[in-house]
Design a protein around this ligand. Sequence first.
Ligand SMILES: Cc1ncc(COP(=O)(O)O)c(C=O)c1O
Length: 387
Amino acid sequence: MPRHPHVSSTTETLSSRVFSELAAKAARLRREGRRLYDLSVGDTYREPLMAARAEAQTTAEHPHLHTYAPPRGVPELLDAVSERLSSLGGEVPPERIQIMSGATSGLSVVCETILDPGDEVLLPAPFWPLIRGIIASRGATAVQIPFYDRLERIDVREVLEAAITERTVALYVNTPHNPTGRVLSPAVVDAMVEVARAHDLWLITDEAYQDLCFAERPRPIWARPEVQDRVIACHTLSKSYGLAGARVGYTHGPEAVMKAIRGVQTFSTYCAPKPMQLGAARALKEGDAWVEQARSAYAEAGRLAAEALGIDAPQGGTFLFFDATPYLRDGEDDAMGLLDRCLDRGVLLTPGVSCGVDYARWVRLCFTSVPRPELEAALEALGPVLS
Ligand SMILES: Cc1ncc(COP(=O)(O)O)c(C=O)c1O
């Protein structure tokens, strides 16, 4: 049956109108010359390590710089990733690593590889907004489980098991976490791992913020011996190294699934951008001091923002997530009116509902997207609205 001019029914469920309306208003205010602080998108004001930048990669140094890269990834980067994983506590040979166009693409390729339409994925909420769409675009269902904001009050194993059905095939875990800034404790991870093993689930770990733990970094989940047969880990250079526009990340997992993932990745983007893979290799090899400076500047920014909001400082990542109920006006049952008032004060924030259906009264704030003086100005501008 012809479909034109409609799109597939799966695609129709993907886009979120709530944020588009705020973004459109922000664009209009900018056109009118208004000063805006964008604390909605998870990016950084810091320029990356010089050696990792696009302009540092030259054809003179790398002949055929603009040809296709091997689909698996350039050897320099595969070696650098393998070394990096070893320094984080796990031995992963280059053969089990696939370079991806960032974690978004890595997670999409993983979902495409292990999910069938109709499958269910346990999605502890709140969550990074894109993951729901990534799962849905495979025709699978993201089963949202209120989780990160109430870890002290729940029995982790019980809430996860209550959501399992015969269609459940995977559990997604993200720590340090977008949007709450929490780092999961070893006890919580133990419970998640037990559930995955007891119910024979794939464990998809999202390592986007692996280098942004503000206190001690716990052992990565993917390095635990008991999950070696089921963990697929997706990493990225976007957050750790300020290379979000470079679109470089890496994924690893058990050998057989990596073979399948490699096949799907080839059909998807074929290869990540070669010049930026070479830049990423330099970042991994030479970027420790850069990451250390970023981590301490972000931790400080997170503390400052949390203090202004009257909430606990983040344990990692680049976001704060808060219940905005005290700031809503009579008759308001979600945060949209409040976000509009924030925008009128020049600050763009993200509606909590993008991070899960249970979070319509919550708001997400990124504390790393603007330099410190601008963050201070934005927090001051928010003062009258959030009091
Ligand atoms: C938890 C999480 N996973 C994955 C990503 C995607 O990262 P990338 O830029 O590598 O696609 C993000 C980006 O914000 C994120 O917050």
